[in-house]
Structure formats: C-alpha cells, structure tokens
Design a protein around this ligand. Structure first.
Ligand code: URA
Length: 293
C-alpha cells in the first residue's frame, strides 16, 4: 500500500535546490519523464508537483520557454515537494511557483477561477456549472463524467436517477453523501448527455485535478470510463481496471462502472458492490445494509 508522502521530503528538496543554486545551477529543464510516460499504459501515481503543472486551467502558450529559472528559493512547498517521483517543471512556472500554487490552492480559488467559464463549447447550452459537492476533507472522492439534465438544472453532481443510485451505494457503504466529495471530469452538461469530447476534457479536467489535490482523498473512485481514462491517461475501458488498486497523486484509485451503466445493466451491480467493498476495507467501513438493491 502506498503510504502518505514522506514529510521530510520538502525540506530535503529545498536544501537540494539551494545546493544547486549555490553551485550556480539555476536552470532546470522540462522533464523528459513526462513525455516518456505519455502513451504508456497503465499510468499509476503522478506526483503532486506534476499535478500543479498539469492543473494549468488553460493551455499554455507554446512560445513559453521549456527551461525555467529557480528564482525564489524560499518558498518550497511541503505538498508539492512531497512527490516521491521526479518533479517535472512546467514551462513558464518555476518549481517554487508550482509548489506554492499547490500549497495555497483551495476549492474556493478553483471555483473562482472557473468563473462563468466560456473556455469550451459546453458553455453554450449549459444552465449551471456543476463544480462538485460534499466534504472538502473527505477521505473518499467519487469522480463521474459530466452533469446530466438534473445536475445542470440544480448545479449539483449526481442528483438524477444515476445519482440516486450512487447515493444508495454510498449509504450502503455506511456513509452519507455529506461525508464524501463528488465531482465530474467536465463541469458543464454536454448537449443530449453526449460523451464529452477530448478537447472539452483537456480544458476542464485540470480543475478536477486541482480539486483532487486540495481534497487529498485517501480513496478516489472513478465512476465509468471517462473518469478512469481521463485520470489514468489511457484509452482502455473501465473493465480493464475494475477491481484493481492504482496509485494516483497520493490517493488509492479504483475504477468501477458508472451508476448510469448499472441502470442499464443491473447485472453489473454485483461487480460494483465488490469494488465498493474493497473501498470499505481500506477506509475501515463496516457498511450499513449490505448490497444496494
Ligand atoms: N453522471 C455523471 O457522470 N455525473 C453526474 O453528475 C451525473 C450523472
């Protein structure tokens, strides 16, 4: 089981960076590690500083230099520096800026940055931005695909038919909705509930990654293929990952079927319940009622 990051790493990293600086090494190049990983599957743990970097809400202009200078050695952050993997540095962001960004982020800031979002075409037909809902300190976070009609009307995730089933599952685990956090890959309803397009996901998912980094859940459950494929950066179907723990940004990630899929395929409920029992075991939950109907 992957433990929480080593608490001494931020200090070690800061000292190491000061050491490099004293040696006159001020430039750190964009890590080949990220590009080397691109396209490889499956993709487990990603570092938290990488998170900060990938959580840029808008595409970075390609003209930005690939090399960055460390200019502010005083601001190393515990959380960004706690990544157990090499730290890729975003073009245009110093490592310290990336670290600070992770350290100082909050759900309020993320929501504020989303604003009255017009970054992609999904804004044209949405009524409400569905940011996410629940306990910001939740140990358990669910990630769905995107709002449907009811969510778009109410501004809350998973409140329609699939949402009711999700609520039942949460309660069967011995929890209430207010104990967990629920968010989606895209925050605006795709017209006719179509699957979000790649570019829409690319624009919106950085906000989800930041939400995950702020909440720091112990367990992250991907509901359905879009959530799993987005977080794991793969094209593989959810059945490939089901029932299997993966590491993701300091959390344990489990992918399972989407509740909407269960509404169409009730026979798959048993598999999902098995997955949720794995989650319950990790979180030390006894469960309330046994398998949801
Ligand atoms: N389906 C999702 O993926 N998310 C919701 O919020 C509702 C339905």
């Amino acid at each position: 089981m992957p433990g929480r990051p080593d608490e001494t790493l931020p200090k070690q990293l800061t000292e190491r960076l000061h050491y490099y600086q004293e040696l006159g090494i001020n430039l750190f190049y964009k890590d080949r590690w990220m590009s080397a990983r691109a396209g490889k599957e499956p993709v487990p743990a990603a570092g938290r500083a990488a998170a900060a970097v990938r959580a840029e809400p808008t595409q970075m202009p390609s003209k930005r230099p690939a090399a960055v200078t460390i200019t502010r050695p005083s601001a190393a952050s515990a959380r960004a520096a706690s990544a157990a993997e090499p730290l890729p540095v975003a073009p245009g962001l110093t490592l310290f800026e990336a670290a600070e960004r992770v350290e100082n982020d909050s759900l309020e800031k993320i929501r504020e940055e989303i604003g009255d979002c017009k970054r992609c075409r999904l804004c044209e037909q949405r009524n409400t931005i569905v940011f996410g809902d629940g306990n910001p300190r939740a140990e358990l976070m669910f990630v769905g695909e995107g709002p449907g009609r009811d969510e778009d009307a109410q501004g809350l995730p998973f409140v329609g038919r699939a949402g009711k089933l999700l609520t039942q599952m949460i309660e069967a685990m011995g929890l209430e909705r207010k104990d967990v956090y629920i968010a989606n890959v895209v925050k605006c309803r795709p017209p006719e509930n179509r699957t979000p397009e790649k570019d829409e996901i690319a624009i919106c998912s950085p906000f989800l990654l930041r939400q995950i980094d702020v909440i720091r859940p112990k367990v992250l459950v991907c509901l359905g293929g879009v959530a799993a494929q987005t977080l794991l950066q793969t094209n593989r179907s959810v059945s490939h990952f089901r029932g299997q723990w993966l590491d993701f940004r300091g959390a344990r990630l489990l992918a399972t079927y989407h509740p909407a899929y269960l509404l169409r395929n009730p026979n798959a409920k048993g598999d999902v319940w098995k997955d949720l029992q794995m989650v319950m075991a990790v979180l030390g939950l006894a469960g309330r009622k046994g398998r949801p109907a």
